[in-house]
Design a binder for this molecule. Structure first.
Ligand code: DQA
Length: 145
C-alpha cells in the first residue's frame, strides 16, 4: 500500500523560522522543520510534503489541490488565520481532515490573534506546543479518516 500523502502548509513569515522572533517561535529553522515533519511522517507511515508561502493566492491554490485529491492537511495559516476569509472559504472545501496548528498559543497573545477565521471549518486546532504542534497534528491525522 502506498503511504497516505499529507500536505503541511505554512503561511507568511514561517519561512523565516530560526531568525524570526526566536523568543516566540524558537531557534529551529524552517529547513529543520521540513526535515522533522518528513521524518515524523515516515515514522507514522505518511508521505509528508511541507510547503511555505507568503502569498495568499498560492496558499488558496494548495488548499484546492488538497480538496481535489482528498489530501489531509496540517495548516499553519500564520497571520492569515486572523483575517483571511479567502483562506477560510478554501478550507471549508476540504474533503479530508484539516488540522489548524500554531507554534505559539495565539489565545495568550495580542487581542487580534484571539480570532481565527479558519477554526470553525477545521477538523480541530492544536496550538502552543512549539514545533511539536506539527508532530501532534500529524499523529492526529493517523487517527482520523
Ligand atoms: C502563528 C501565530 C500567528 O498569530 C502568527 O501571525 C504567525 C505564527 C504560530 O504558529 O504561532 O505567523 O500562526
Amino acid at each position: 500500500m502506498t503511504a497516505r500523502k499529507v500536505l503541511v502548509l505554512n503561511g507568511p513569515n514561517l519561512g523565516r523560522l530560526g531568525s524570526r522572533e526566536p523568543d516566540v517561535y524558537g531557534a529551529t529553522t524552517y529547513a529543520d522543520l521540513v526535515a522533522d515533519c518528513e521524518k515524523t511522517g515516515a515514522e507514522l507511515g505518511l508521505t509528508v510534503e511541507v510547503r511555505q508561502t507568503d502569498d495568499e493566492s498560492e496558499l488558496v491554490g494548495w488548499l484546492h489541490e488538497a480538496a481535489d485529491n482528498q489530501y489531509p492537511v496540517v495548516l499553519n495559516p500564520a497571520a492569515f488565520t486572523h483575517y483571511s476569509y479567502a483562506l477560510r472559504d478554501a478550507c471549508a472545501q476540504r474533503t479530508a481532515p484539516l488540522i489548524e496548528i500554531h507554534i505559539s498559543n495565539p489565545a495568550a497573545r495580542e487581542e487580534f490573534r484571539h480570532t481565527s477565521v479558519v477554526a470553525a471549518v477545521a477538523t480541530g486546532t492544536i496550538a502552543g506546543f512549539g514545533l511539536n504542534s506539527y508532530h501532534l497534528a500529524l499523529r492526529a491525522i493517523t487517527t482520523l479518516d
